[in-house]
Design a protein around this ligand. Structure first.
Ligand code: BGC
Length: 757
């Protein structure tokens, strides 16, 4: 079949767009157009396609050297700019696009990129919260809304999803990803990419996704932002890369590298991960973008001698487009002419960029993102999505004596300044969210429960856009500002206390050495519970917190994360039982910060806690001043229903190569409330040529059960689930015994085993 293609008339020459018919194979057709356009380009124009330039609206890194407005415009007109970031008004985007399309020789449209991480104006829960749903469709729905809003304001490229594995709660960017597990993160990555890109990139409200940061940035030593990363090939290949691979398989248009030095080579200049893995082994045909200024930082790292060398190293390693520093623009031409860089490599990089522009449909209509398309930003429908997704992203951590759900006619004392904040729930990396536009917890509770709700600030917290302070000094130290809160607690049936973090305690550049509660929050908690033991704590935070006191003494705890525009309503839906929580933690919570990095899928060691060492001695893997285990393990989360696991069995005791096994378990809802449970399946290879983690998540399912209902749930396991990267060259499963664990979190599980031959 051949079909007619209509082209934009605005561009002077846009590849083979003039041709009226395309072969049925859209991929070949795009390639033909890319080749045709490439053949018309000068070397200068090709290098121009590898240049991403900052707008002046916002800086998401050190403020770079700026070209003046005239120079910038001239450069666009000369075809020297392929893409821009942080251009933040639709008018500015469209004016710049007009310059590129109508005034440059070839009229190649530009991309406009921005950090759309968990919403554009309608804020969804932070990604770590979304991952707590253990539901890729939550990720997809969240990014569908974000894509609709961002594209309706002119954007065509989202700098997301962030799919870094994040084993360390100290690292501020833990809020941006899906947590510590590669399997869960991979499933969320697929959802996020699909949500951004829709069924077809050329649709009006699809936005190109750019998974980041390739790779290993989440393993920054000691959780310190931008710190060195050092890991074995096995960790890189088995833990860090799988979510990126999943994003690529889901069709992700672009990949952004990172700032970190990985095993001695800054990733921006790492040819192994960018060329050998990403482009060759995985067949990625989109483009790789450097991170903000990460190319010149090769000099600062001590990897490149000077700026021309830095540009060359990044380019040769596979960083196709350069964000911000203009090193490609300044040096690549000479380097091609001198033979240091081949024109074939330039062509490959340019092809990758053009391919995405064609797939976005920008050559058919370069102004598609400029045309009003009837999308209402922060519409009722978007806010409803935000509320529903937020409810699914929350995790019930404790519910002693069925404290929750609360009665709507109880007298409720809401305590803690976070409860009043209409801004903190929006989280960091909030794109164009309108300040103070969230529904606060207090508002949510007032709407749901009505008149018998009172509020006291209790502790103070003041937040600026760039910094935060939990105020430590009170005007009257004897009162410590607690008086009003304590009186309110005394006269209330139940206290709902909001504790946690300001939204700017997490995000880029927000690492901490202490992941406990800041300021005098804990002191206030103890003062309040001394007069009213019925305290429900709502945590609002962007990272796992070390809160053992809260765990021990609160009656109930709900982890709400920074839950987005509808946070208050969503929390109230759970507190009053209008929604039954089903979230599970995608990260381990520590008792103490010193346990970090803390992750469930660690190695066993030669002296694990489970061995028969005499615990009176010191010679086993532990801390002397804190528990070994997590405060809350990976996968943990309660429900108002009570779920019971039983009858775990496998249909065969042997798995033969090429075959698969069925693992079955019975799940029973032994309560009077319908609910959803995330069933998790882990495996362990207990003995082999290389030591393997004590557990590895291999599958999960979210099951809805009516009150009293019971269901047999089935999983399939194949050889591929057992396989892992032994080295760069070897990916396979090792014959032997495998243990299988199934349960509602990574700690409380039923166990069985089989043999792989
Ligand atoms: C961040 C990226 C971000 C980029 C552009 C960098 O500082 O590391 O995640 O996409 O800035 O804003």
């Amino acid at each position: 079949m051949r079909k007619t293609v209509f082209c934009a008339t605005t561009a002077l020459v846009i590849g083979s767009c003039q041709q009226a018919e395309q072969p049925s194979d859209a991929k070949d057709f795009t390639e033909a157009r890319v080749d045709s356009l490439l053949s018309q380009m000068t070397l200068e124009e090709k290098v121009g396609q590898l240049n991403m330039y900052n707008g002046t609206w916002d800086f998401t890194g050190p403020v770079p050297e700026q070209a003046d407005a005239q120079e910038r415009e001239d450069q666009i007109r000369s075809g020297g700019v392929s893409a821009m970031l942080n251009v933040l008004t639709p008018e500015a985007i469209c004016a710049a696009q007009r310059m590129a399309v109508e005034q440059s020789r070839l009229g190649i449209p530009m991309l406009f990129g921005y950090d759309v991480i968990h919403g554009y104006k309608t804020m969804m829960p932070i990604p770590l919260g979304q991952a707590s749903s253990w539901d890729p469709t939550v990720a997809e729905r969240a990014n569908r809304v974000a894509a609709a809003e961002a594209t309706s304001e002119g954007l065509s490229l989202a700098f997301g999803p962030m799919v870094d594995i994040t084993p360390d709660a100290r690292w501020g960017r833990i809020m941006e990803g899906a947590g510590e597990d590669p399997f869960l993160a991979a499933r969320m990555a697929e959802g996020w990419v699909k949500g951004f890109q829709g069924a077809d990139l050329s649709e009006r409200h699809s936005i190109a996704a750019c998974a980041k940061h390739f790779a290993g940035y989440g393993f920054a030593e000691a959780g310190k932002e931008y710190n060195t990363t050092d890991m074995s090939d096995q960790t890189l290949l088995n833990v860090v890369l799988p979510p990126f691979h999943a994003a690529v398989d889901a069709g992700c248009a672009a990949i952004m590298n990172g700032f970190n030095d990985l095993n001695g080579v800054p990733v921006t200049a790492d040819a192994y991960i960018q060329r050998t893995q990403l482009k060759e082994a995985w067949g990625f045909d989109g483009f790789v973008l450097s991170d903000f200024n990460s190319v010149p930082e090769l000099v600062t790292h001590g990897y490149s001698a000077d700026m021309p060398e830095a540009g060359k190293a990044a380019f040769l390693a596979g960083s196709d487009m350069e964000m911000e520093s203009r090193l490609y623009e300044r040096h690549l031409l000479d380097q091609v002419r001198s033979g240091e860089v081949s024109e074939e490599l330039i062509d490959d990089a340019v092809r990758r960029v053009l391919r995405i522009k064609f797939r976005l449909g920008l050559f058919e209509n370069p102004y598609k993102y400029c045309e009003a398309e009837g999308i209402e930003i922060m519409s009722e429908a978007h806010l409803q999505e935000a509320r529903d997704l937020a409810r699914q992203s929350m995790v019930l951590l404790k519910n002693e004596a069925a404290t929750l759900p609360l009665q709507k006619d109880a007298s409720i004392g809401v305590i803690g300044r976070l409860a009043q904040s209409k801004d903190v729930p929006l989280g960091n990396w909030r794109a164009q969210a309108v300040e103070n536009s969230a529904v606060s917890l207090l508002e949510g509770i007032r709407v749901a429960a009505g008149s018998k709700v009172e509020f006291a600030e209790g502790y103070r917290i003041s937040a600026g856009r760039r910094s935060f302070i939990f105020d430590m000094e009170w005007a009257d130290p004897s009162e410590k500002g607690f008086g009003e809160a304590i009186q309110l607690a005394r006269r209330s049936d139940v206290v709902v206390m909001a504790l946690g973090e300001d939204c700017y305690q997490t995000g880029e550049g927000r690492s901490q050495t202490d992941v406990g509660l800041k300021g005098d929050q804990l002191e206030l908690f103890h003062a309040v519970r001394a007069v009213n033991p019925n305290v429900v704590v709502v945590l609002m935070n962007g990272r796992p917190l070390a809160v053992p006191d809260i765990q021990q003494h609160a009656s109930a705890i709900l982890e709400s994360w920074h839950a987005g525009s509808q946070a208050g309503h969503a929390i109230a839906d759970i507190l009053f039982g209008d929604h039954n929580p089903s979230g599970k933690l995608p990260v381990s919570f520590p008792h103490r910060t010193g346990q970090e990095p803390l992750y469930y899928n660690h190695k066993k060691t030669g002296r694990p806690v489970t061995n028969d060492f005499d615990k009176g001695l010191v010679f086993w893997a532990h801390y002397s001043d804190a528990p070994v285990e997590a405060l809350y393990p990976f996968g943990y989360g309660l429900s108002y229903s009570r779920f019971i696991y039983s009858e775990l069995e496998i249909n065969d005791s042997i798995l033969r190569s090429g075959d698969d096994l069925e693992v079955r378990v019975r799940l029973t809802n032994d309560s009077k409330v319908a609910g959803e449970e995330v069933i998790q399946l882990y495996i362990r290879d207990p003995y082999g040529s290389l030591t393997r983690p004590v557990k590895e998540l291999k599958a999960f399912q979210k099951i809805h059960l009516e009150a009293g209902e019971s269901q047999l749930v089935s999983f399939r396991l194949s050889e591929e689930d057992l396989a892992y990267h032994w080295s760069r060259e070897r990916f396979e499963a090792e014959p032997g015994r495998f243990e299988v664990y199934v349960g509602g979190n990574s700690r409380e599980v039923l166990q069985t085993a089989f043999t792989f031959r």
